[in-house]
Design a protein around this ligand. Structure first.
Ligand SMILES: *[C@@H]1O[C@H](CO)[C@@H](O)[C@H](O)[C@H]1NC(C)=O
Length: 261
């Protein structure tokens, strides 16, 4: 049986080309076959990129890239969670330009009162992210501080304004006690909000975050509208210089210390 050599009419130009370059590139085959190979390669590459975009790199690749671990990549979390993890929400970025991480931390501590950064065997359960580790020395995804999934930061900041003065303290620390006693003597309205870090399981993490955000690692750490005004010594120095009352009043805090009565 003989194979038909020209089963279909050949375009004159095609036959000319074929005759001009007889078998110079035998591996390329017909133009149709070349195009089919090209499209297959494009399809494989696009599918691969789509997979990585949706699900992150396979574990063997993920272990090579530390950045994927930064968002607490946990193999057990849902695909949707992993998509979210690929896009961390940092304070001061894009839609969160007005959000300071210190405000987010204060929101977590003063609003999510039952939650802890280490509540789930050292991790924290975050809505949409699953359980993630928190490294206080690195910028933290804002969703960690809104672990319940409520990202209305404008609302959170409004609510925070009820606590212009927050004191990070330790129950057994004499310097913390001195600072709290001095502040009590001012009879402030609203009163200072005291956070005893040593009675929190995530106290070390909170202190690491405070060290990074306020530059003060020790307690007491007195925050006025999210900015550290110092510890016990700094507070007493300002008190002796008669600068403390004015500082409070300039920040909307009413002072009714005994001296005024
Ligand atoms: C926390 O915030 C929610 C909603 O923004 C509010 O309804 C609730 O009263 C707040 N809880 C505390 C303890 O501040």
């Amino acid at each position: 049986m003989s194979l038909p050599i020209h089963s279909s009419p050949v375009h004159p130009e095609d036959s000319q080309t074929a005759m001009k370059h007889p078998s110079t590139r035998p591996w390329t085959g017909s133009p149709y076959r070349r195009r089919r190979i090209l499209w297959t390669v494009v399809l494989v590459v696009v599918t691969g990129l789509l997979y990585v975009w949706l699900y992150g790199p396979p574990p063997s690749l993920a272990s090579l890239s530390p950045s994927w671990k930064d968002f607490g990549y946990t193999p057990g979390s849902s695909p949707a969670g992993r998509v979210a993890q690929a896009k961390p929400q940092y304070a001061g970025e894009g839609p969160y330009a007005d959000v300071q991480e210190i405000d987010a931390l204060l929101h977590f501590i003063l609003n999510q009162t039952e939650r802890r950064l280490d509540e789930d065997g050292g991790l924290i359960r975050v809505e949409g992210l699953g359980s993630v580790p928190v490294d206080g020395t690195q910028p933290i995804d804002l969703r960690v501080y809104a672990a319940n999934g409520d990202y209305n930061w404008a609302d959170h900041k409004k609510r925070l304004s009820r606590y212009p003065l927050v004191v990070f303290s330790k129950t057994y620390c004499p310097y913390s006690q001195r600072a709290k006693t001095l502040l009590e003597s001012y009879h402030l309205t609203p009163p200072p909000k005291v956070v005893e870090v040593n009675v929190r399981s995530d106290g070390p993490q909170v202190q690491a975050i405070l060290a990074r955000l306020t530059g003060r690692r020790t307690v007491p750490n007195v925050l006025l509208k999210g900015k550290s005004i110092g510890g016990s010594d700094e507070l007493h120095q300002m008190h002796e210089d008669n600068r403390l009352k004015e500082l409070f009043e300039n920040n909307g805090i009413t002072v009714t210390s005994k001296d005024d009565e």
